[in-house]
Write a protein that binds this ligand. Structure first.
Ligand code: AMP
Ligand code: ZN
Length: 492
């Protein structure tokens, strides 16, 4: 393990409301589960923020030398339109509207999800299980919960009995809600509801004849409740108690509260030691959400095809923008914020590119070990990426000073500086220095060739060809600028 081995890593645990020293169940190993997407539409940037926060956390654990089993599921059944127990299944609804098989919808948006995450340079999770691949496990858990007296069957559906559970355990401890208050604040049970209490939630729902996503069960044909899949998959791959469970803040209640209740009702003990919740990305001050139309898709940002931003932004710039906020803070996206992030990102990459060229002296005018420690301290304090970035910029400042001859560095310190910057910028924050990739160098070469051909066309008065080159490059987001020194280009 790295330098931080002997330091304490503190994590804000939503369950206790405190920053706690992190102690994994098995030394050197971490089990982490994060609720994945419901694959019924393209992931918007808000969804990506939550997953990116956990990608950064996963990366930091790996950097520290932990063996991490990171499970992030795909929800491909059971998530109903109203996020509770009523309404159509989100995937079945999309399938009906688009005249597709539900599994075609699942495939289309799973592929989209993976493509986008790859553009953002995410590391793949260790296991990516699907809800439909774990129906048997979900049925087994329901049977145990019924046997333990915490669920009841009615008309082919099975509901979790929240009040019976609350007599022995505590329902609402994660979200800080009390069952009495929930009861006091709910209206009368809807007449058509078959639940004993409005707080009860579905473990299994009977499938009406028109419901196409259905599976046989001891209670008849039906489908599992949304909350149950995460209990089934996390238990299967990480055990009855595991280290970390993550998700967006909006999943705390009811989804995660119900996960805790299910696991405790099934296994008799708490499933998770540390609950982590990532905060929301907002647009115009409101939560980004597909359902309200207040959202932007990653591809719309990369191509510039949107009405919100003045220009396209690369995945690394968007990632850098996200990393500039702490994962538990709300973050609002705007054109100005992205422009500022782009400037900062370019400055950082430029400094990294300049590292090689720095001449070394026999003394260093800044304390590299202390700076390195501060980088770890930032990350060890609940993954404080904005503080880490401010430390990275202290290094940028030093690099620029050394370049100008106003500061000095030894050979050994230069090695530490290079390694530490590379580790944090590329391995932990997951940024990519696109200026440096071989494929980018090739693209630059191709554009230079097109510029040359355009020049020749103009000299031959073949303006149709020269305009075609300029216009088609512009359409691709490559802008040519004619100046005294010749033609330069800018990739937007
Ligand atoms: P869903 O596909 O709706 O189940 O959501 C997938 C993940 O995205 C969940 O962890 C949500 O908490 C998260 N999420 C949804 N909207 C936002 C947002 N505006 N900002 C950050 N995370 C979000
Ligand atoms: Zn979940």
């Amino acid at each position: 393990m790295q330098i931080a081995k002997n330091q304490e890593l503190k994590i804000y645990n939503s369950l206790t409301g405190k920053k706690e020293i992190f102690k994994p169940i098995n030394e050197g190993h971490i089990g982490m589960y994060v609720c994945g997407p419901t694959v019924y539409s393209n992931v918007h940037l808000g969804n990506c923020r939550t997953f990116m926060s956990f990608d950064m956390i996963f990366r930091y654990f790996k950097h520290l030398g932990y063996k991490v089993r990171y499970v992030r599921n795909i929800t491909d059944a059971g998530h109903l339109v109203d996020d509770a127990d009523d309404g159509e299944d989100k995937i079945a609804k999309k399938a009906r509207l688009e005249k597709l098989e539900p599994m075609e919808v699942v495939q289309r948006y799973t592929v989209d999800f993976h493509t986008i995450l790859e553009k953002f340079n995410f590391l793949p999770p260790s296991i990516e299980p699907t809800a439909t691949g774990h129906i048997i496990e979900q049925i087994e858990i329901i049977k145990t919960i019924i046997n333990n007296g915490f669920a009841y069957e009615i008309n082919g559906s099975v509901y979790f009995d929240v009040s019976t559970f609350n007599e022995q355990k505590e329902y609402g401890k994660l979200s800080g809600r009390k069952l009495e208050d929930m009861i006091a604040n709910t209206r009368e049970l809807a007449a058509q509801s078959e639940k004993r209490n409005p707080q009860d939630f579905a473990l299994w729902k009977k499938a009406e004849p028109e419901h196409i996503m259905r599976w046989p069960s001891p209670w008849g044909d039906g489908f599992p409740g949304w909350h149950l899949e995460c209990t089934a998959m996390s238990t299967k791959y990480l055990g009855e108690t595991f280290d970390i469970h993550g998700g967006g803040m909006d999943l705390k209640f009811p989804h995660h509260e119900c996960e805790i209740a299910q696991a405790e009702a099934c296994n008799g003990h708490s499933p998770v030691n540390y609950w982590l919740h990532a905060n929301m990305l907002t647009l115009n001050g409101k939560k980004m959400a597909k359902s309200t139309g207040n959202s932007i898709l990653p591809n719309e940002i990369f191509t510039g095809e949107n009405t919100i931003l003045s220009k396209p932004f690369s995945p690394s710039v968007v990632r850098f923008f996200m990393m500039q906020a702490h994962y538990t803070s709300i973050l609002d996206i705007s054109n100005d914020a992205l422009l500022a992030s782009e400037k900062g990102f370019n400055k950082l990459m430029e400094a990294i590119d300049n590292l090689d060229k720095l001449t070394v002296k026999d003394n260093s005018s800044f304390n590299i070990t202390q700076w390195q420690q501060q980088c770890y301290d930032a990350m060890n304090d609940d993954f404080n990426s904005p503080i880490l970035i401010s430390k990275l910029f202290e290094a940028v400042k030093q690099i620029n000073l050394i370049k100008e001859g106003k500061s000095t560095i030894t050979k050994a310190d230069k090695t530490i500086l290079t390694q530490t910057l590379h580790s944090f910028v590329f391995d932990v924050l997951g940024l990519e220095n696109k200026n440096n990739t071989a494929s980018d160098n090739k693209i630059d070469g191709v554009i230079a060739l097109l510029i040359e051909l355009r020049k020749e066309a103009r000299e031959n008065k073949d303006f149709a060809t020269s305009d075609k080159i300029r216009n088609q490059l512009a359409e691709m987001g490559i802008e040519l600028k004619d100046g005294k020194e010749g033609t330069t280009f800018n990739i937007l």
